[in-house]
Design a protein around this ligand. Structure first.
Ligand code: ATP
Length: 244
């Protein structure tokens, strides 16, 4: 049985339709990746799953429960955590305060749990008393990652974690994702670094103008030629291009 099943999701912003009849499955222990050009609807899908976008219809099945109508904090408590696009750390709070806030919806983080997070992101240990706003983009992304894990997710959703980061930092981020998969965590990833994302993913879904164009393995997506076609299609209205 899939860990998460999204069935026939439709979303809108006011009267503008964004997602149309999108259905995807996320299998336990896998990395599932959603690809698509700028404006394809990837963030809207992630936000819809996380309970942050209310203008939607369809079902989001978690275990055997439809969670589509639940609030964002109820969804976090069930074990689904979104690390949002743009990191959104609390700039005036310290690194450690930010991490602690990740557990706001559940029990406070224990010392061994905090230690585990510092082992995963060693650079954060030396920065723990620094205000998050003074960190570099890469450090802030690591912090957002650690804060997401502090919620003790069963499913970790990452929206564009590599956006604007140096290649060496992006590599480290993808290594952490791979480590977490090895530890049994299920991940749902949106990223413009299509080549890197596909090297990590078990399953890939391709969104184009709010519709699902493909789902399957990364290799079958590459073989299909649909990825390039999709980004070229969106290129007429944006400057997006995949990094393959
Ligand atoms: P990106 O890679 O640029 O983040 P995306 O695939 O994540 O793109 P979304 O951010 O989900 O796409 O946007 C999908 C569509 O919804 C776009 O046409 C966008 O302009 C529109 N949209 C997104 N947020 C809003 C909003 N708050 N109000 C109105 N329209 C929005």
């Amino acid at each position: 049985m899939a860990l998460l099943e999204i069935e026939q999701i439709y979303t809108a912003y006011d009267r503008v339709d964004v997602l149309e009849d999108v259905s995807i499955k996320v299998e336990t222990g896998q990395i599932t990746c959603i690809l698509g050009a700028n404006g394809a609807g990837k963030s809207t899908l992630m936000r819809s799953i996380a309970g942050l976008h209310s203008q939607k219809t369809g079902e989001i099945i978690w275990g055997e429960t439809n969670i589509a109508a639940l609030s964002a904090d109820q969804i976090v408590r069930l074990g689904l955590t979104l690390i949002p696009e743009g990191r959104q750390v609390f700039t005036e709070l310290t690194v450690e305060e930010n991490i602690a806030l990740g557990a706001y919806a559940t029990d406070p983080l224990t010392a061994p749990e905090l230690e585990q997070l510092y082992q995963l992101f060693p650079a954060l240990r030396g920065l723990k008393h620094r205000k998050a706003g003074s960190l570099s983009g890469g450090e802030q992304q690591m912090l957002a990652f650690a804060r997401g894990l502090a919620a003790r997710p069963t499913l970790l959703m990452l929206d564009e974690p590599s956006l604007g980061l140096a290649p060496v930092i992006v590599e480290q981020l993808f290594e952490r994702m791979s480590d977490l998969k090895q530890q049994g965590l299920t991940l749902l990833l949106v990223d413009q670094m299509a080549g890197l994302a596909m090297s990590l993913a078990d399953q890939v879904h391709l969104l184009q103008s709010g519709q699902l164009k493909f789902n399957g393995t990364p290799q079958s997506l590459l073989d299909s030629g649909l990825l390039e076609q999709s980004y070229l299609h969106e290129h007429e209205t944006s400057t997006a291009s995949p990094s393959i």
